[in-house]
Design a protein around this ligand. Structure first.
Ligand SMILES: O=C(O)CCC(=O)C(=O)O
Ligand SMILES: [Fe+2]
Length: 325
């Protein structure tokens, strides 16, 4: 039984809503509860670009596998570096390479994060590249859970705009699509790193590049002094309190798909402010989703219009180039 905490108030009238969903939700026969959830989902994404999803979910296996991996020495981890961040094979990227803020014009310098990325689909099987076995096994299970949830979210999106149930799902499957799992590890900041400048934060302000991102945040994010994920609502940075839910946000493509009705919320990960939290690491697990790269994304309500539409893969490529400069 999942208990949903009270809906999440932020500044002004814009609220990040909490929505309970079950993976077996049938959007073809809407019930009263379902209509309410759909309304909150739509409202939350329109006002903030974020929504918190509560469901039966246990990320402990992937979190344990990721923590074990990041504990290894730098040279061991570098054996799994297969190129720049965003390369098709994924793999390990050390601290001091990515600068995600530059994709949205914010200047905080290199991000204080190391990460591991992989994709699982028939034409780009994670097992074909030399990924660490323990990570891939736990990752494969988690990836499948995220894809199941994504399918439900895409149905909710279609229902929000009175489109046929599989309107968006058909743009993702059959793949290969833009889905990718990222394991993000933010090392303790009490130990200084020469690759990082003093203006750096854990992850600079940015919007996500594709469709939905489904994030399992670090549970300590809810505590005061621990930093963590923040989203810009109106003119204010607001701390995202997941309270056990998964944080879902709409990436840039939703702005194109919805003609701007849904926001691609600007977000960042800030440094801890308490002495205690500075000595702790943070681990988050975002799952990014995107349609097949050749998908032309245009306003589903307004039509394709004059020269409208953005090619999903092209948009992703441009954003990744900027983040690695
Ligand atoms: O670590 C987090 O909580 C957020 C990560 C993020 O924004 C991203 O990977 O795009
Ligand atoms: Fe993000």
């Amino acid at each position: 039984m999942v208990v949903i905490p009270d809906s999440y108030s932020t500044s002004g009238s814009a609220k990040i809503q909490r929505v309970y969903i079950s993976p077996s939700s049938d959007f073809g026969t809407p019930s009263e509860a379902m209509s309410r959830n759909l309304r909150l989902f739509n409202e939350s994404l329109s006002n903030t670009g974020f929504v918190i999803i509560h469901l039966d979910h246990d990320p402990s296996d992937i979190r344990t596998a990721a923590s074990n991996f990041f504990e290894a020495s730098e040279s061991d981890k570098m054996r799994y570096n297969f190129g720049s961040y965003g390369n098709p094979k994924g793999g390990y990227t050390p601290v001091g390479v990515e600068d995600v803020g530059s994709t949205s014009g914010s200047e905080t310098g290199k991000d204080w994060v190391e990460n591991y990325v992989f994709r699982v689909h028939p034409d780009n099987d994670a097992a074909d590249t030399n990924h660490p076995k323990e990570l891939v096994e736990a990752g494969r299970v988690y990836f499948e859970q995220m894809e199941a949830l994504l399918k439900v979210l895409l149905k909710m999106a279609a229902a929000s705009f009175d489109l046929e149930e599989d309107y968006f799902n058909k743009q993702f499957w059959p793949g290969p699509n833009g889905n990718a799992l990222r394991l993000a590890h933010y090392p303790p900041q009490s130990t200084s790193s020469s690759t990082i400048s003093s203006s750096s934060i854990r992850y600079g302000a940015h919007t996500d590049y594709q469709a939905f991102t489904i994030l399992s945040p670090d549970p300590t994010d809810d505590l005061d002094g621990y930093g963590g994920l923040e989203v810009m609502v109106g003119e204010e940075w607001v701390k995202v309190k997941s309270e056990g839910g998964l944080v879902v946000n709409a990436g840039d493509l939703w702005v194109d798909w919805t003609g701007g009705r849904w926001k691609s919320g600007l977000h960042r990960v800030v440094n801890p402010s308490s002495e205690e939290a500075m000595g702790k690491s943070r681990l988050s697990v975002p799952f990014f989703s995107g349609p097949r790269p050749e998908t032309l994304v245009f306003d589903v309500l307004g039509g394709q219009g004059e020269g409208g539409g953005v090619m999903a893969g092209e948009h992703l490529r441009r954003k990744l180039e900027r983040s690695n400069l």
